[in-house]
Write a protein that binds this ligand. Structure first.
Ligand SMILES: C[S@@+](CC[C@H](N)C(=O)[O-])C[C@H]1O[C@@H](n2cnc3c(N)ncnc32)[C@H](O)[C@@H]1O
Length: 364
């Protein structure tokens, strides 16, 4: 499916304007390494446009790879480190993120597959229409996009940070369109048929939640909108603009569930719903009956969960452990510290479901 791109500034559909540009009739938007930059940041946009107009594609790429979002806990990477990421053959995901100065965000993404909120998100997708293409907004480095593509689904990824999309393409091997844009500023893409829009572990970051939701619904064009793992003010996680649970309920007509319901759903269990102290919630506008997705078509892609080391958990950091423990409180016997000394089930797919085996990318 071909998606028209939409200018976040004047709302016009963008058209091609030479090899490296799109235009909205008033300004040029750069496309670097196949990823359109539609973030409404005029300083950065104009600098990248100037690089490209002067034939300096590498400068344009380095400039975009240095860009971060407002919540980044680290300083931008140095130019020399960025050059290594571009040039060094065989760099793995964790090395690339270290060079790009991701700091704790690098741990988050490297161990994303191990988090119960990741499988909660997979389960959430199993409660949306099976036949619709999926646009993941705030897709990070594309964990869900990769999983969906491996399950045979058509996907598009949107994120505000260019380098994350670049890693999604380069290291996670995501093939669908990737667009750098700010969903609070505009929908970024147009859709001509109902589409599932998925936004996970990101909605609390948005300052302008109603505008963001309007844009998610525009992209969905009558399809489902699934908003998952939305931190409430009860969460220890402080970044962003989390609301009280009840305030989220005012933003949607859908039933706002405890995130535990999605995390436990992965294990075929249900949560007690409506916990006012829930640390995170989620909802699906246009929810369907649960229908399992065949996430693993080839068992050879499964590897031992990197958190499991010699009958103990090797936590990537104290902060990651704290978040895992907060998220896994509801899991009732399914968390890794509870499973580590138990006998492994014989069936490979059950091991995958229990996160003893993980579908990591080859160059993890
Ligand atoms: C915690 S990560 C979650 C990534 C992915 N959804 C997942 O669950 O693995 C939050 C993501 O939201 C993105 N983000 C934050 N504000 C955004 C905005 N206004 N528009 C688009 N993406 C945004 C960040 O760059 C980051 O990749």
């Amino acid at each position: 499916m071909d998606y028209p791109l939409i200018s976040p500034t004047n709302g016009n559909v963008l058209r091609e304007d030479g090899a490296h540009f799109l235009t909205d009739g008033e300004r040029r938007w750069p496309v670097v390494d196949g990823i359109p930059f539609l973030r409404p940041d005029d300083d950065l946009r104009l600098a990248v446009v100037a690089d490209l107009e002067n034939g300096n594609e590498r400068d344009a790429l380095c400039r975009l790879l240095a860009d971060q979002d407002r919540f980044s806990p680290t300083l931008p990477p140095e130019r020399a480190a960025i050059e290594r990421v571009i040039d060094k053959k065989g760099l793995n995901l964790r090395e690339a993120m270290a060079l790009l100065s991701y700091g704790p965000v690098g741990d988050y993404f490297a161990y994303r597959w191990c988090s119960p909120t990741f499988t909660g998100g997979l389960h959430m997708l199993e409660r949306t229409p099976a036949h619709q293409a999926v646009v993941e907004v705030a897709c990070g480095i594309g964990h869900f996009l990769r999983a969906l593509e491996q399950a045979g689904r058509e996907v598009v990824g949107v994120d505000i940070v260019y380098s994350k999309l670049w890693l999604a393409r380069r290291i996670l091997g995501v093939k669908g369109p990737l667009i750098c844009g700010d969903v609070e500023a505009g929908p970024v893409i147009g859709t001509s048929r109902p589409t599932t829009v998925f936004c996970h572990d990101a909605f609390y970051f948005f300052e302008f939640k109603e505008a963001a939701l309007t844009h998610l619904r525009q992209i969905a064009a009558g399809g489902s909108v699934a908003v998952g793992h939305v931190h409430t003010r009860t969460s220890a996680h402080e970044a962003g603009f989390a609301l009280e649970r009840a305030a989220y309920g005012k933003l949607t007509d859908a039933f706002v569930r405890d995130d535990a319901d999605f995390m436990l759903g992965w294990y075929g269990k249900r949560a007690v719903v409506g916990d006012p102290a829930s640390v995170a919630v989620g909802w699906i506008e246009g929810e369907t009956e649960h229908r399992a997705i065949e996430w693993i078509k080839n068992n050879d892609s499964l590897r031992k969960n990197p958190l499991l080391q010699e009958r103990k958990i090797s936590w990537p950091s104290a902060g990651w452990r704290q978040e895992y423990e907060e998220d896994s409180q509801c899991l009732n016997g399914e968390s890794l510290p509870e499973l580590i000394n138990a006998e492994w089930p014989a069936d490979v797919l059950t091991r995958y479901q229990k996160r003893l085996l993980i579908n990591l990318p080859g160059s993890w």
